[in-house]
Design a protein around this ligand. Structure first.
Ligand code: NAD
Length: 449
């Protein structure tokens, strides 16, 4: 599950050779470590004329995080990040100056740098010029993601009209995108709506899930085990769920995170009730459910056996629907559900009609469930990983695997922790304004972007 090519072109003699031959050199991505600075250098905050007030507000927030915040692109610095505030830009020409100012500092952007836009979502009553400006930001962010080098990324926070820039979920999304926790998230825009969210400050950012109980399915290995570790790091007590056959590794994960193990096939008819009972009886509450358990049974549809279709849909989709019914009926205040989708559920993938159907289905039910949970202050979101280095992807034939790794803008596969960090963000109470969204963790995979 290691990317030997990326290792070779970044170390020793093979690094020099790769440079000489002009081979692509995927950057070593900076990942979160406790105590490390939030960004790799000073943060430049830019805005169009009408958005200066919002930019001032956000600059104050960044200063509160002890960042070196600047407002002048002419400062001769190695920048850690650019925050481009376009919330009040009302016509396309309004963005010209701050966008070109962003361009003027890109050569001085440090490796693993960040560009984050803050803009507004198009609304039904927008004038054509306003709608054009707001929509324009979408492919500005995605195009820039394809241009940046050295592990730098471009992402955007998109506010609905009824949300102020100081909303805790806007601030939390900005912090996530600036941080090393979003190492493998690139070219993505995350929408924030008006739901109430508690303000986080100071040490609150270190353990946003303190006192909360989270269930993670498929936690014995791979992405699920990493989610369990990350949620525990953030303060949650974690219930680790997996099939009895994976009991030994399940116990290892549960012990490592100081949580409990629940041996359970998520397709069992009573799975939802057993999850709810276990969480309440052992830990007194349930706040977060991460639907991570998933399988692949790849076949061209012409050769697909009924069991191959049925098992994938049963584990990846039907189980989530059935468990969610029980959770919704329990009327838990502020419940957060995060489901694993996939870029295959967005763009489709040869040999994966079953898997693609199931993962697109996850996106569909997430949006519908989000509306149902909003009434009780809860959220449902999905994370769509691209190519992540796990046992699941280690089974892909070598040549296909190598192509899949190099296609994303970041030219490498992601690590399970990259998916886990995105899930931990969406599972945190401060992300309450993010509801019904699909966040891709795919290094800006070319397909479906
Ligand atoms: P994995 O195969 O390494 O781990 C999946 C875990 O789910 C295993 O521990 C397995 O025992 C468990 N599981 C399977 N069926 C179950 C059931 N019926 N009940 C309970 N547990 C069950 O997979 P992974 O790569 O870690 O993937 C985790 C999730 O991420 C899956 O939903 C997968 O579809 C999704 N995903 C992975 C990638 C990737 O590149 N690895 C990409 C996109 C999406």
């Amino acid at each position: 599950m290691t990317d030997r090519y990326a290792q070779a072109v970044n170390s020793g003699f093979t690094k020099t050779l790769a440079k000489k031959l002009g081979l692509p050199r995927p950057a070593i991505l900076r990942r979160h470590r406790a105590g490390d600075p939030l960004t790799v250098g000073p943060v430049l905050v830019l805005a169009d004329a009408a958005s200066k007030g919002d930019a001032d507000t956000l600059a104050q927030t960044l200063l509160g995080w002890d960042l070196d915040v600047r407002r002048d692109p002419h400062d001769d610095l190695r920048w850690g990040a650019v925050v481009l505030v376009l919330t009040e830009a009302a016509e396309p020409t309004a963005v010209t100056e701050p966008v070109l100012a962003t361009g003027s500092v890109l050569r001085a952007l440090a490796g693993n740098g960040r560009v984050v836009t803050i803009s507004r979502a198009p609304a039904d009553d927008d004038t054509p010029a306003l709608a054009a400006t707001r929509q324009g930001v979408d492919a500005l962010v995605r195009s820039l993601g394809k241009e940046l080098r050295g592990g730098s990324t471009s992402n955007g926070v998109v506010l609905t009209d009824d949300v102020e820039v100081a909303h805790p979920s806007v601030v939390a999304a900005l912090r996530f995108f600036l941080s090393a926790k979003s190492a493998y998230v690139d070219g993505q825009l995350l929408r924030v709506g008006p739901a109430d969210a508690a303000v986080v400050d100071g040490t609150g950012w270190q353990r946003p899930l303190e006192g909360q109980v989270a269930v993670v399915t498929g936690a014995a290995r791979g992405i699920g085990a990493s989610i369990a570790r990350t949620l525990a790091r953030d303060g949650a007590t974690v219930v680790c769920v997996d099939v009895p056959a994976a009991g030994e590794s399940l116990a290892t994960t549960a012990n490592a995170v100081g949580g409990t193990a629940l041996q359970l096939d998520v397709t069992a008819p009573d799975a939802g009730q057993r999850i709810l009972d276990h969480a309440r009886e052992r830990h007194g509450r349930l706040d977060v459910v991460v639907h991570n358990a998933g399988i692949t049974r790849d076949k061209l549809l012409a050769n697909m056996k009924p069991a191959q279709w049925e098992s994938v849909v049963a584990v990846n989709l039907a189980a989530q629907l059935r468990i969610n019914e029980v959770l919704l009926a329990a009327g838990i205040d502020g419940l957060r559900i995060v489901s694993l989708a996939s870029t295959s559920g967005i763009a489709g993938n040869k040999g994966q009609t079953n898997y693609g159907f199931s993962k697109a289905g996850v996106i569909g039910h997430t949006r519908a469930t989000a509306r149902l949970l909003a009434a009780t202050g809860g959220t449902a979101n999905a994370v769509a990983p691209g190519f992540i280095e796990t046992e699941m992807t280690a089974r892909i034939p070598f040549a296909t695997r190598e192509v899949a790794r190099r296609i994303p803008s970041l030219a490498q596969g992601g690590q399970p922790v990259d998916v886990a960090e995105a899930i931990a963000f969406l599972a945190s109470p401060v992300a309450a304004g993010v509801n019904g969204q699909v966040l891709r963790v795919c290094g800006q995979h070319l397909v479906g972007q």
